[in-house]
Write a protein that binds this ligand. Structure first.
Ligand SMILES: Cc1cc2nc3c(=O)[nH]c(=O)nc-3n(C[C@H](O)[C@H](O)[C@H](O)COP(=O)(O)O)c2cc1C
Length: 192
């Protein structure tokens, strides 16, 4: 039996994304965003949704560029701090002893200590209500060498392992292999 929880902003799991921007004075800033995800393959695009009250909002509009750093599950404390404190009040990179590395392809900083980094150019901004959805085109994906599989692909057991559980306000780690995509469905026996 399914129990209705009503209309809620819910999906699970959702990755914790750290959105990096330079503010109007060129100071690097980073915020936590769990509302968003991949939204196009060609061109490769990812969306993040940001409240107008965030310091990041203005920076996104001004610079038209951002990065997304994906924290490891061990970096939950760091990610939560980044989601609790505003760059309007404090330099979060300095407070956390993090390195604000300059994007190679876009005018935005990223967290050098994170295992995965995406660099994006802002392509669309869609007003949705509480949040504005910013769609960025992915210009580069960087993965720490020890987080790659022997084939040179991002290893799910080691990258992007930190997820946020909406409604519960808790963090979870994931990364267990289940099955191969676009393959396991072919072994399913039709019931009709
Ligand atoms: C796990 C987590 C997820 C969050 N997701 C979002 C989000 O998707 N959009 C948003 O506007 N704020 C989100 N926040 C809140 C912002 O990260 C927070 O307001 C932050 O202080 C904004 O930073 P800034 O003012 O430096 O831009 C989230 C916070 C946490 C802890």
């Amino acid at each position: 039996m399914l129990i209705s929880l009503g209309p809620q902003a819910f999906l699970s799991p959702v990755p914790v994304m750290l959105v990096g921007t330079y503010d109007s004075e060129g100071r690097p800033n980073i915020m936590a965003s769990a509302w968003g995800g991949l939204c196009s393959s060609q061109p490769p695009c990812l969306a993040v949704s940001v409240r107008r009250s965030a310091w990041t909002y203005r920076a996104l509009k001004e610079r038209q560029a951002f990065t997304v750093s994906l924290p490891a599950r061990e970096q939950a404390g760091m990610a939560d701090f980044i989601g609790l404190v505003s760059g309007r009040d404090e330099d979060k990179f300095a407070a956390l002893g993090l390195t604000a590395a300059a994007g190679e392809h876009v005018d935005a900083p990223y967290v050098a200590e994170c295992p995965v980094v995406l660099e994006l150019l802002l392509r669309h901004a869609l007003e949705l209500g509480s949040h504005t959805q910013f769609v960025g085109e992915i210009m580069d994906v960087k993965v720490r060498k020890d987080c790659l599989t022997p084939d040179g692909l991002p290893d799910p057991a080691r990258v992007g392992g930190l997820h946020y559980a909406p409604l519960l306000n808790e963090y979870y780690g994931t990364g267990d292999f289940v099955a191969r995509a676009f393959a396991v469905g072919k072994t399913v026996k039709r019931q009709n």
